[in-house]
Structures are given as structure tokens and as C-alpha cells.
Design a protein around this ligand. Structure first.
Ligand code: ATP
Length: 199
């Protein structure tokens, strides 16, 4: 089964491209969804996180208090590393499990929608790496208008990520999403025909 990595900075349009690829017939493993599923009430990952960050980050109903975890984990680098050391291997394991399941079901190709694909070196494991690229100023505009993020918050989040140039350097395909949604669809169509030729 062909593995197609899909990544890009925050607000670049990964989810939009993932949706188009799904519509083209390729199943998608969504790493953000995997991360949320891994922290469902009663999950071993949630138990590990509670052990490291305090039992009170789990609410009475067993669900994770995300805002409180973010406050505790992202306040310094050491704590962020502690959280990542628990969550990243778990996301990787569960993602691999989902890929194996798709392969068993007979999928010819599957997409990995993963914001940290390049940061974690997982692009090396993909047969094709797609990077969605948009100028940071435009991403800020989209994040503010569509996601209601505060402008400074959007800029801070972008500046904490690796640079667009570092991401592009690992790409087999760069999708330029600075333009319209129509232009994005055309580029995705080209990628779809490239994938078709690889099968
Ligand atoms: P995140 O990193 O936060 O998960 P993402 O990379 O998945 O974001 P999307 O959610 O796909 O990005 O896109 C961010 C926002 O920009 C969405 O509201 C989306 O509808 C919008 N958007 C994506 N592409 C375009 C475009 N070409 N023109 C205008 N708006 C766009």
C-alpha cells in the first residue's frame, strides 16, 4: 500500500486537501484525530498523562481537561518534552495500526494527515510527501477569520513551528495554497493523477 504523507504549517489547508484526497478515493489517517482518540476516557495514554501532570487534569466524567493540560504542559520546554514523550510514540503506534488495517482492507494507497510529519522525520517512511505551503501572513488572516484566533496567538503558533523552507525541503510535491480554493483543487487533481501513476 502506497503511503502518502500530507503536512504543512498551522492553517495551511491540510484538512482541506485531506478532504479532497478522500473524495478522490484515498482513505485518510488523521493524526490529530488519532491524538484525540488516544486520550479518550479510560485510555492508557490518558492515565500516563495524568500521572505526569496531575490526576486533576481528568474531569469527574473521565474526560481530559485540554485547556488545563495545555497550561501545565506548554508553560516550559521540559514539560512540553515530557508530554511529547508520552503522546508522540502513542500517536505513531496507533497511526501504524490504522494503516495496517487499511492495507488489510485492500486500500491501494492511504494518506497520513500529520502536522508534525517533517518534525518527527516520518516523511522518510512515506512513498510521497505532500507539503501544503502558504505565506505566514495569509495563514494568519485565515486563522483569524475562520478559526477566530487572536492575531498574536496565530503568529506565536506559527513561530513555534519549523519554517516553511525546512518543510518544503522534504517535499516530493509542494501544493501552493496562496490562491483560491479552485486553484487548490486543480493542484490536488494533478497530485491525484500522479498518485494514480504510482499505483
Ligand atoms: P490546522 O493546522 O489548524 O489543522 P489546516 O492546515 O488543516 O489547519 P485548513 O483547516 O484546511 O488548514 O484551512 C485553514 C482555513 O483556511 C480553513 O478555514 C479553510 O477553509 C481555509 N482555506 C483553506 N484553503 C483556502 C484557500 N485557498 N482560500 C481561502 N481559504 C482557504
Amino acid at each position: 500500500m502506497l503511503k502518502i504523507g500530507l503536512t504543512g504549517g498551522i492553517g495551511s489547508g491540510k484538512s482541506t486537501v485531506a478532504k479532497l484526497l478522500r473524495e478522490a478515493g484515498y482513505p485518510v489517517v488523521d493524526a490529530d484525530q488519532v491524538a484525540r482518540d488516544n486520550m479518550e476516557p479510560g485510555s492508557p495514554v490518558l492515565a500516563e498523562v495524568a500521572e505526569a501532570f496531575g490526576a486533576d487534569i481528568v474531569r469527574d466524567d473521565g474526560s481530559l481537561d485540554r485547556a488545563e493540560l495545555a497550561r501545565r504542559a506548554f508553560s516550559d520546554e521540559e514539560r512540553t518534552r515530557t508530554l511529547n514523550a508520552i503522546t508522540h510514540p502513542a500517536i505513531r503506534a496507533e497511526s501504524n495500526r490504522r494503516f495496517a488495517e487499511l492495507e488489510t482492507q485492500g486500500a491501494a494507497a492511504a494518506v497520513y494527515d500529520m502536522p508534525l510529519l517533517v518534525e518527527l522525520g516520518l516523511d522518510e517512511e512515506m512513498d510521497l510527501t505532500i507539503v501544503v505551503d502558504v505565506h505566514p501572513d495569509e495563514r494568519v488572516r485565515r486563522l483569524v477569520s475562520s478559526r477566530g484566533l487572536d492575531e498574536q496567538d496565530a503568529r506565536n503558533r506559527i513561530s513555534r513551528q519549523i519554517s516553511d523552507a525546512e518543510r518544503r525541503a522534504k517535499a516530493d510535491v509542494v501544493i501552493d495554497n496562496n490562491g483560491s480554493l479552485e486553484e487548490l483543487k486543480q493542484q490536488v487533481n494533478e497530485v491525484v493523477s500522479r498518485i494514480g501513476k504510482m499505483l
